[in-house]
Design a protein around this ligand. Sequence first.
Ligand SMILES: C[S@@+](CC[C@H](N)C(=O)[O-])C[C@H]1O[C@@H](n2cnc3c(N)ncnc32)[C@H](O)[C@@H]1O
Length: 181
Amino acid sequence: MIKINSRGLSNVRVVEANAPEVLATMLPAGSVSELWVFFPDPWHKSRHHKRRLIQPAFAELAARSLKKGGLWRIATDWSNYAVHVREVLAGSTEFENLHDGERAARTAPSPKCGNPESNPWWAGPRQGRPGTGQHRAHRPNEGVDHVGGWAPRFDGRIRTSFENKAHEAGRMIFDLSYRRI
Ligand SMILES: C[S@@+](CC[C@H](N)C(=O)[O-])C[C@H]1O[C@@H](n2cnc3c(N)ncnc32)[C@H](O)[C@@H]1O
């Protein structure tokens, strides 16, 4: 905001408000070219997942605000939230994933940490009888997410101290990009 002021920019608006309300009441329908939600609070405990910003109701507000063909870009450093976003938007008929199926399986980098159940590259315990070599207990590093759908890193996403902390902690960053149909 200091830079906006010192440079005398007149094409920037800053709003400190609850994002769903901004989408619902401040932005005319079909007025937004791009919507960016970078590192929304992960609410990583299962009992708090309902507090996550990106839910079906928020996706409807996003769809309302965006122009047809408009983009919704999302990034998170929490793999479980990335999967949650992918599931929420897979359930919407108003968005298409620009990178559907991409970076699945072994083409994706392995996560460095996180529990297996929050790790999209973990496909669950192998099926099969114990002792046959097919049955394995949880082995996160062998995990493969067969769904994919991850975008390449968005160049326009400024690297914030928040993202730096995620890298320092060894967490992966997940980008997702959707087009309003
Ligand atoms: C983890 S920080 C990420 C900040 C920044 N986007 C970045 O990439 O570094 C999440 C931010 O979302 C804001 N936030 C959380 N819920 C919100 C809501 N309902 N409406 C608007 N902002 C919200 C928080 O205040 C916080 O600043």
